[in-house]
Write a protein that binds this ligand. Structure first.
Ligand code: SAM
Length: 243
């Protein structure tokens, strides 16, 4: 069975969106993964098909109702009990490459997309749901976050990137940012490609790339160096190509 994604949303028309083109789109067309959307509003029971209500305690905006969301989640859990259910929320576990790899290695995911002020917290307590955030900023809805998460997972599925490109040497996989890339022309606006990259000496190239990866990570993302330590293995020097 292919890796499957179920997205619970008020805006199913946002899918596949960007996931329908390029690597993810080709993989979708080839059946390497599948994508189904579930309209949350179908689980409302009143004549207005309400999915939200005013926040308890007052305040601006509306909150997605636990009872409506739970019916949608329960249906997905019944259909795909083996797939983890994620809820996109800025209050969730920060998405990183380790979680992406874990999800990509599993059977697929079901993703609940929030809108308005978010979801009634009792839903997240009452069902086996992992809250996930894609960063420390606020989007208007969970759909864009779900698309980012799915894109990151799908490119790791076997057969999506091709044999030469497992993605294992990219940024975050070794705890470092990746080294910088260059291509022709050799000279552009007075700037040249570092000579070492034209040397053909693969050991020197690998060493240079490792040093640059370390230096760039130290200056741009000291938090990564702190988290993973500084002595990471050098990335291999073989060329990779994606899309
Ligand atoms: N009131 C919420 C807060 O301050 O945490 C923000 C709600 S946001 C306007 C609406 C929905 O967008 C959220 O329920 C969530 O599904 C999604 N969303 C917004 N930012 C996100 C992020 N950084 N990561 C994941 N989902 C996000």
């Amino acid at each position: 069975m292919s890796w499957s994604a179920h997205v619970l949303t008020l805006y199913p028309e946002m899918f596949p969106g960007p996931l329908g083109v390029s690597l993810a789109g080709r993989a979708l067309a080839e059946g390497i993964w599948s994508l189904d959307t579930v309209q949350i509003r179908d689980f409302a029971t009143d004549k207005h098909r309400s999915v939200d209500d005013t926040p308890a305690g007052g305040g601006a905006g509306m909150v997605m109702r636990a009872d409506v969301l739970a019916r949608a989640v329960d249906q997905v859990l019944e259909r795909r009990p083996e797939a983890p259910v994620l809820a996109m929320t800025p209050r969730g576990r920060p998405l990183d490459q380790a979680l992406v790899r874990e999800l990509a290695a599993g059977p697929g995911v079901s993703i609940l997309c929030g809108r308005f002020e978010g979801m009634d917290e009792r839903l997240l307590e009452a069902r086996p749901i992992l809250p996930v955030s894609i960063g420390d900023y606020v989007l208007s809805g969970g759909e864009v976050a779900a698309i980012a998460l799915l894109d990151a997972c799908v490119r790791l599925l076997p057969g999506v990137m091709g044999a030469a490109s497992s993605g294992e040497e990219e940024s975050f996989e070794t705890g470092l940012l990746e080294y910088p890339h260059y291509t022709r022309p050799y000279e552009w606006e007075g700037r040249t490609i570092p000579e070492v990259l034209r040397s053909g000496d693969h050991a020197r190239i690998a060493a240079w790339r490792h040093e640059r990866a370390l230096a760039d990570t130290r200056s741009r993302r000291p938090d990564l160096v702190e988290r993973h330590g500084d002595a990471r293995r050098p990335p291999p020097s073989d060329a990779r190509r994606e899309d």
